[in-house]
Design a protein around this ligand. Sequence first.
Ligand code: UT7
Length: 328
Amino acid sequence: MNLRPVGIIGTGKYVPEKVLTNADLEKIVETSDEWIVSRTGIRERHIAAPEEATSDLAYQAALKALDSAGLAPEDLELIIVATVTPDTFFPSTACILQDKLGAKKAAAFDLSAACSGFVYSLATANNFIGSGMYNNALVIGADTLSRITDYNDRNTCVLFGDGAGAVVLGPVPEGRGFKSFDLGAEGAGGNLLKLEAGGSRLPSSEDTVKEGKHYIYMNGREVFKFAVRVMGAATDEVLRKAGLAKEDIDLFVPHQANIRIIQSAMQRLNLPEEKCVINVDKYANTSAASIPLALVEAAEEGRIQEGDKVLLVGFGGGLTWGASTLVW
Ligand code: UT7
């Protein structure tokens, strides 16, 4: 796949300080802690402060990842920010971050693949480094979904939270690093999960705001079915491409959208709970930040040892999916 092996050489994460619990949401919409926990596994989520935008969350996570990689911002060669809630349409959040970090040498762009964005970005950065074009890359999944969530809609407002997870990629010794990727899209399902207004099809107007079209729309039941299907298929495919068996996986890091989707994937893989990272209870669905928040938290807790085989898998708007295997 690569001319040289590429892996993760630094990690960092950030979540905003404010916590919104299920009990808080009970006061805002007609819902209950019991409904939310039993249907989703979520207990609380972190919400950005009014002055915090996606690049601010990304910046905090990036500082930690660079520090853990022992890399100075001015040595960075590439920055990719996976997000569907950029600070602005343009400049990209990656460019805003490049300036904040003082990473003057780095090329920078955003990547839009919703909750699969982080894995799409890893694959992209892996190819840049694997080919020899760049020697390192900062890859961040960051989203501030609270800014596009309708807190009058109980179908969606209980599901989402804000956060950022960052990794630094670079060359690693033979035998380590990324072993396979499986990326995919089913554009025909795009209407199941979308933000309708604000683009060139339907520019923002008084009417779009009145109709709430600047908020996330989701057909939860259909996305649920898609998720269970593609999590299984992408996992099989990414294992096949790496020549690995299910039993070889030491740590499974799925997109944190719903505990029931994660459990169905674990059952299919026949994995015990200790081999799976679950933090949806604390952070809810943070879109592109979900997989890196889970991965980085597991690394910080000492749950990943050198040489461990890790499988990442996610799905989301687009519709999209992305999976990867790597040796830590
Ligand atoms: O990152 C990718 C994005 N999204 C996802 O991964 C989400 C995938 N989907 C899901 O996780 C689930 O479909 C949900 C958690 C969104 C919903 O769970 P469900 O078991 O599929 O529930 P449902 O849509 O079948 O709704 C059941 C009932 C409905 O009432 P009626 O129509 O049966 O009377 C809803 O109105 O639950 C009601 N409901 C709620 N009740 C209390 C929906 N949201 C709430 C709520 N509190 N927050």
